[in-house]
Design a protein around this ligand. Structure first.
Ligand code: NAD
Length: 470
């Protein structure tokens, strides 16, 4: 692909297809037209993926790894065009941990999925029994994704699926179809025909994918509510599921932490992708003794971060991706203000400004049962809650029914690990938040989902365990 325009043209709807006009959330300008695929398109994609699957499985790990590495090269060849499209459609800036970072992560996750080794395991070998555990391809995998990190999450779902000898059908969010269509177009420059499909339809297309008898597994990333629907849709065919669902991550700042040295990492833990991140810091519990200092340092960092149109190279924070999400954030922050909480910075969006820009907002002196704390607000707002004993902080952090990530901030590694062990979350980071790594398993506790992605565990999740006992 030679240019941004060529990339966009390559995914344009064909004659007769229904289309959706995609608008830039920063400006309202038209980004492009996306096809709206139908249930018939879904049937064709699944049939093609099912037909291609046996040969792909038979090709073996080395050939599949080589193809995924070539696909990573293709992403890198087209990185700037992909980042531009992602920035326009999703809203995230090119710079900072945003669009270019996301495209780079796609290549990195592909490479790690290609090179991670999963050997059969000898479970028992005692002279009379020899039992080995193998992982066989499942068949056709359905991948359903959200709009916040549309390219990266698609890769998280499909790279291990393909590596393990499955073929895949992807259903992107209707908010960000162009990014995923373009990514898959680029991947398919290098992948064998028929193994990777994208069907950019509405919710009912996703629902059909989740119940379809020819789909062996669904990789789902999205809200907990949609996750429950997918569990129901998949029940009749007893489908395998990996569910990466909503979160509302807590961070606990212990009394020995240094407010100045953690402020920058706290900020990005909370505000990465303008807060539209499942495993972002959403509730910060700070010990009374350093509460004011943490508030002061965080406010200084937040005020210095440029927010604006994603294509402007200076910006590191962008708009909310859509009006519905903007309204959720605005309503929760206003309700928090009305309840008597103190807005340290932000909270006053400019009604004249086009686009769904909501300023980075810090809220102090807020009760732990305020809806801004208890609901997944999924935007650029961080409530900071005061605590006086670590037991109280742990109890408040564990009080919700979700548990994706959490973090502990301290200069004492042993104390931090002790607190980490008491937190109910799939990942607990120490002195950082939300740092995902393609080699390290990632998944939720409680209603944040089940199943692990990444690393060897992630490959296992895309295989059917088979015991050979002889
Ligand atoms: P969403 O649940 O509304 O939609 C996600 C996808 O599911 C979309 O493609 C949508 O069309 C599809 N979908 C919706 N209902 C469906 C159904 N009944 N059957 C099949 N498909 C269906 O989520 P969203 O608003 O796009 O994304 C934000 C949510 O995603 C947040 O809750 C966030 O925490 C979560 N998320 C979680 C992770 C994680 O790794 N745990 C990562 C990113 C986002």
């Amino acid at each position: 692909m030679e240019s941004y325009d060529a990339l966009l043209a390559s995914i344009a709807p064909v004659a007769g297809q229904n289309t959706r006009t995609i608008l830039d959330p920063a400006t309202g300008a038209v980004v492009g037209q996306a096809p709206v695929h139908t249930l018939e398109d879904l049937e064709q994609a699944i049939a093609s993926a099912a037909e291609a699957q046996p040969a792909w499985a038979a090709a073996g790990h080395d050939a599949r790894s080589a193809a995924l590495l070539r696909a990573a090269d293709a992403v890198e060849r087209n990185a700037e065009e992909l980042a531009q499209l992602l920035s326009r459609e999703q809203g995230k800036p090119l710079n900072g941990p945003n669009a270019r970072f996301e495209v780079g992560a796609c290549a990195a996750w592909l490479r790690t999925a290609a090179t991670t080794v999963l050997e059969p395991e000898t479970v028992v070998d005692d002279g009379t029994t020899r039992a080995e555990l193998h992982y066989r391809p499942i068949g056709v995998v359905g991948a359903i994704g959200p709009w916040n990190w549309p390219m990266m999450i698609t890769i998280w779902q499909i790279a291990p699926a393909l590596r393990m000898g499955n073929t895949a059908v992807v259903k992107p969010s209707k908010m960000t179809p162009l990014s995923v269509l373009a990514l898959i177009k680029v991947l398919n420059e290098e992948l064998p025909e028929g193994i990777l499909h994208v069907v950019a339809g509405d919710r009912h297309v996703g629902a059909r994918l989740a119940e379809h008898p020819a789909i062996g597994k669904v990789m789902f990333t999205g809200s907990t509510a949609a996750g429950r629907e997918i569990i129901r849709s998949s029940a009749d065919t007893v489908k395998r599921l990996t569910l990466e669902l909503g979160g509302n991550d807590a961070g606990i700042v212990l009394p020995d932490a240094n407010p100045q040295s953690i402020a920058q990492d706290l900020f990005w833990g909370a505000f990465i992708n303008t807060g539209q991140t499942c495993a972002a810091l959403k509730r910060l519990y700070v010990h009374d003794s350093i509460y004011d200092a943490v508030c002061t340092e965080l406010t200084a960092v937040a005020k210095a971060m440029p927010m604006g149109i994603g294509l402007d190279e200076n910006n590191v924070l962008g708009p909310l991706q859509n009006k519905a999400q903007y309204d959720v954030v605005a309503t929760l922050v206003e309700a928090a203000r009305d309840s008597g909480a103190r807005i340290l910075t932000g909270g006053n969006p400019d009604p004249e400004q086009p686009g769904y820009f909501y300023p980075a907002t810090l809220i102090a002196d807020i009760d732990n049962d305020n809806p801004l704390v208890t609901e997944e607000q999924f935007g650029p707002a961080l409530p900071i809650i005061r605590y006086s004993t670590v037991d109280d902080a742990v109890q408040m952090a564990n009080a919700l029914d979700v548990g994706l990530g959490a973090s502990v901030w301290s200069t004492d590694p042993a104390a931090a690990r002790d607190v980490a062990a008491r937190l109910q979350a799939g990942t607990v980071w120490i002195n950082k938040h939300g740092a995902v790594d393609p080699r390290v398993p990632f998944g939720g506790a409680k209603q944040s989902g089940y199943g692990l992605e990444f690393g060897t565990e992630g490959l296992k999740a895309l295989g059917i365990p088979q015991v050979i006992n002889g």
